[in-house]
Design a protein around this ligand. Structure first.
Ligand code: RI2
Length: 308
């Protein structure tokens, strides 16, 4: 898949999920480098153009930004095309491998928080959250999952199908049923599109309501997130842009006059006060440690060279 096709597949949500879009964007950049016949400057220009094109596909998940920055890391300093090509290919492979390994580590670390007999509620379709659930199941823990439908895209259907295929008992509910069901839930596990330097979680629309409800019912609310979903640019005061998609995704072919405004924000913000812990590949961290993760794990070099 080339750059245009990848960007379009991300935009149309054929490729979706914060981790998957990052890996797809990185793969597309890697292919630009691999297949390039031109000189250094031309290669750098084409990579830059490809990067911008990929980044314009969806604005919210910082995983995509972190992924393409990682793929391009250090290339400016290199003096010939071959070195640039090799660097982008190495960087890209390293990012993809690290990202896949992170999912496994999150599964192992998070599974410790699931006890035999637990009922886990999850929202949308997060590979990171599902990694935890599947690992607990593999370890022989009996658990049940309640999965929200996640309007309007109904990613909950992917979630329930994935869990059912693993033999994990799963119940699907409409998003509005979360408060009614919370009394039978032991743990909430959600994914992340972006985590800001102050520990705010940006995730699928409806996540913040679930966090409030879990807080009211004293049910632990855990976020499953690779460290590349932490946002370095929020350190410099950037706000996270919340994607808004079209009205057709909400109303379908229902007869609604054009005079009616239909809003379709795709993500919302959950304050750190409502998050018990973030399960990352480096361990369970409190949301208030997000700043440390950005500075220490993503690295000074990485941040200060790439903040624009
Ligand atoms: P993983 C999804 O976004 C959801 O918000 C989900 O929680 C998040 O990405 C993380 O996904 P969308 O692409 O990386 O469906 O854990 O809008 O798979």
């Amino acid at each position: 898949m080339g750059v245009q096709e990848t960007a379009e597949a991300i935009r149309s949500m054929e490729i979706r999920g914060a981790g998957r879009i990052a890996r797809a964007g990185v793969r597309a950049l890697c292919e630009v480098a691999e297949g390039h016949q031109g000189g250094r400057d031309e290669l750098l220009r084409d990579l830059e153009e490809a990067k911008e094109h990929i980044l314009s596909s969806r604005p919210t998940a910082i995983s995509l930004w972190n992924g393409v920055q990682a793929a391009m890391h250090g290339v400016d300093r290199l003096e010939d095309a071959e070195a640039v090509r090799a660097r982008v290919v190495d960087n890209s492979r390293a990012f993809i491998e690290r990202s896949e390994r992170a999912l496994e580590s999150i599964g192992r670390i998070g599974a410790k928080r699931i006890s035999d007999g637990d009922v886990v509620l999850t929202h949308c379709n997060s590979h990171a959250a599902l990694s935890v659930i599947k690992e607990a199941h593999r370890q022989g823990k009996r658990l049940e999952v309640i999965a929200t439908e996640s309007r309007p895209w109904r990613q909950g259907i992917i979630t329930v199908n994935e869990l059912a295929a693993e033999g994990i008992p799963v119940t699907m509910i409409v998003d509005n049923a979360v408060r009614s069901m919370m009394r039978s839930v032991d743990l909430v596990l959600v994914g992340a599109d972006t985590i800001t330097s102050s520990g705010v979680l940006i995730n699928k629309i409806g996540t913040s309501q679930i966090a409030l409800i879990a807080n009211e019912a004293r049910v632990p609310f855990l976020v499953c997130s690779e460290t590349y979903k932490f946002s370095p640019i929020t350190l410099f005061g950037e706000l996270v842009e919340i994607e808004e998609r079209g009205r057709a995704e909400i109303i379908g072919d229902a007869d609604v006059p054009d005079s009616v405004t239909v809003r379709n924000p795709v993500f919302d913000a959950t304050p750190p006060e409502y998050i018990d812990s973030i399960v990352t590949e480096i361990g369970m961290i409190p949301p208030f440690a997000a700043y440390e993760v950005i500075v220490k794990i993503l690295g000074h070099d990485y941040i200060f060279e790439n903040k624009e």
